[in-house]
Design a protein around this ligand. Structure first.
Ligand code: UDP
Ligand code: MN
Length: 251
């Protein structure tokens, strides 16, 4: 039997949400033995997410975890000002701890709703024993941010990161997977709202592993199978103008 991949996706309501989740669900439909954990940043589940996921036929669990108002990005804030997806990912980790057994063969992956995933990625991560790592495209100011390996031993010796390379694990959320037995053996491993900018991944990984234990994938970290793409917010001025006009008519 294939180990099950538990893909954790934080998501929030916005004009592009359905488009993002449609693209992601169409990728996941092509991945065998995948269980999709969607965590809505809301106090109750939405009809939009429920319908879309049901229609996809993908085995799934829908959870909710609202980000408190003081931790939400405001419209004009640059996106780095506050951490995103933190409480949602922690909610999913809690669910996994409550629902998996220590010996279950399974892998955990954080799959944000706006990235692009190639199918090879899932074959690579499925056999993770502890923590596996690979390159991520279009992140940290680089075309590719990747682990650097010792050519003789094939172990990770560092990263090519340009942005905050001093981080203990200068790696993007999309660049690693964790085996379920390892996660269950470390009950304190989770994300923190108060981590410094860019230190979410390091905060979690420091509770799980050390650099020398990482398992490099994607052909010794030479291939790119995931891209940290970001979707531009659409300009909906005409939409808003029409809504205002309609409201005035009804007043
Ligand atoms: N997200 C969320 N609530 C928010 C903002 C983001 O649940 O208020 C989710 C988002 O849908 C995505 C993940 O958290 O799956 C990371 O957010 P984003 O892609 O905006 O972060 P970036 O890629 O810019 O770091
Ligand atoms: Mn993103």
């Amino acid at each position: 039997d294939l180990p099950v991949i538990y893909a954790i996706t934080p998501t929030y309501a916005r004009p592009v949400q359905k488009a993002e989740l449609t693209r992601l669900s169409h990728t996941f439909r092509l991945v065998p033995a995948l269980h999709w954990i969607i965590v809505e940043d809301a106090s109750k589940p939405s009809a939009l997410v429920g319908k879309l996921v049901n229609k996809s036929g993908i085995p799934h669990t829908i959870l909710t975890a609202p980000t408190p108002k003081e931790w939400k990005l405001r419209e004009k804030d640059p996106n780095w000002k506050k951490p995103r997806g933190v409480l949602q990912r922690n909610r999913a980790l809690q669910w996994l701890r409550e629902n998996l057994k220590p010996k279950d063969k399974a892998v955990i992956y954080f799959a944000d709703d706006d990235n692009v995933y190639s199918l090879e990625l899932f074959d690579e991560m499925r056999w993770t024993k502890g923590v596996s790592v690979w390159p991520v495209g279009l992140v940290g100011g680089l075309l590719v941010e990747r682990p650097i390996l010792n050519p003789k031993t094939g172990r990770v010796t560092g990263w090519n990161a340009a942005w905050r390379p001093e981080r203990p694990f200068p790696i993007d959320m999309a660049g690693f997977a964790i085996s379920a037995p390892l996660l269950l053996s470390r009950p304190n491993a989770k994300f923190s709202l108060t981590s410094d900018r860019g230190f979410q991944e390091s905060h979690l990984l420091q509770a799980l592993t050390t650099r020398d234990k990482l398992e490099p994938r994607a052909d010794r970290c030479t291939k790119v199978y995931v891209w940290h793409t970001r979707t531009e917010s659409p300009k909906l001025n005409a939409e808003l103008a029409r809504r205002k006009a309609k409201k005035n008519m009804n007043d």
